[in-house]
Design a protein around this ligand. Structure first.
Ligand SMILES: [Zn+2]
Length: 350
């Protein structure tokens, strides 16, 4: 089979297309023919060496959708061969205290004790390949009628956004500010907050992106390049601030995000793309009884819910561009395109 691999850390130019033996499913595993794989900032982090201890060569690609081709022994109840499936990207043991209550994203089973998610494309071979082997328990059948290219946007970004909104208890009537709203997680967060009956303000760069954010359901689109973000938020909330800030970006937007919170406001983050270290003035924070919440990935139940909402047409996949498999390095480079709104998807096999 063909697979894109890195043999050294660096930029997308480190990827090389190689011929590898087709993997065989062992006990508890499924062999999946990859049809589509999302291109995610986590792939850039992996290729760039954020997890410098990763054994090389390595195949990236976390957002995998394909067709179950074969099952190893001990896979009773798994989707049978021929089933189109999305692969939950976190690997999990199914036995630890978190797995037993359906919090697979917090599974304790990393045998290496590393501070990285144990997941497809990160610490296990990923979907920039024609075939991948994954635990059968990670295979979730696609709802009838859901296009696989759309489904792959749910695997990381959709699931992550859904989980963040759960963590922040977003509910009807909340006023929610989504930061980094034109990214894959952000566009899902905008839609999902609306789905829960919340009112949404979305932060993006440039007039064209602001217009698109309104098309995706934002009541207020704020252009961080030209607008006074906090002034717009105060105006929108009658001076109160927002109930929830969904901020996938990290340190770069932290100060504004915290300042935008209302009393009892909840800040939730899932990433550190713009840095990890922040400072917090505890005086207004405790006096206003606010909360800072971490969130990482999501569970199989989260993924199943997002797939169902996509299948029912209550969510839309924001696919910006699709690239053929042969152009994986260009697809990764396109993550930085300033015009990008939504997801980049790699078409792997027909
Ligand atoms: Zn576990």
């Amino acid at each position: 089979m063909k697979a894109w691999q890195i043999t050294a850390f660096g930029g997308p130019e480190q990827l090389a297309l190689r011929d590898l033996p087709q993997p065989e499913p062992q006990a508890g595993e499924a062999l999946v023919r990859v049809t589509h794989c999302g291109v995610n900032p986590i792939d850039r982090s992996v290729i760039g060496g954020r997890f410098s201890w990763l054994p090389l060569p390595h195949t990236p690609g976390a957002e995998i959708v394909g067709v179950v081709e074969a099952l190893g022994p001990g896979t009773d109840g798994a989707p049978p061969p021929g089933t189109p499936a999305a692969l939950a990207f976190r690997l999990f043991c199914g036995r630890c205290r978190h797995c037993l209550v359906g919090r697979e994203e917090a599974c304790l089973a990393d045998p290496r004790g590393r501070s990285a998610p144990v997941s497809l494309g990160v610490t296990a071979p990923g979907g920039f390949a024609e075939y991948v082997v994954a635990p059968a328990q990670n295979c979730l059948p696609l709802p009838a009628g859901l296009a696989p290219a759309e489904a792959c946007t749910a695997v990381v970004d959709g699931t992550t956004a859904w989980h963040m909104l759960d963590r922040a208890r977003v509910t009807s009537g909340d006023q929610v500010l989504v930061v980094g709203a034109t990214g894959g997680v952000g566009l899902y967060a905008v839609q999902m907050a609306r789905l829960r009956g919340a009112r949404v303000a979305a932060l993006g760069g440039g007039a064209d992106k602001a217009r698109q954010l309104r098309d995706w359901g934002a009541e207020l689109a704020i252009d961080y390049r030209t607008d006074d973000v906090l002034a717009r938020v105060r105006e929108w909330t009658d001076g109160r601030g927002v109930d929830v800030v969904v901020d996938p970006l990290g340190a770069g937007t932290w100060a504004t995000s915290i300042a935008a919170l209302a009393p009892f406001g909840r800040y939730v983050t899932c990433g550190i793309l713009t840095g990890a270290e922040v400072t917090l003035n505890l005086a207004p924070f405790y006096a206003q009884q606010q909360e800072v919440l971490g969130s990482t990935g999501g569970s199989r139940a989260d993924l199943a819910r997002v797939l169902a909402e996509l299948g029912a047409g209550r969510l839309r996949a924001a696919i910006w561009r699709q690239f053929p498999f042969a152009e994986a390095p260009a697809a990764l480079t396109a993550l930085d395109d300033r015009a990008r709104v939504g997801k980049i998807v790699l078409q792997v096999t027909g």
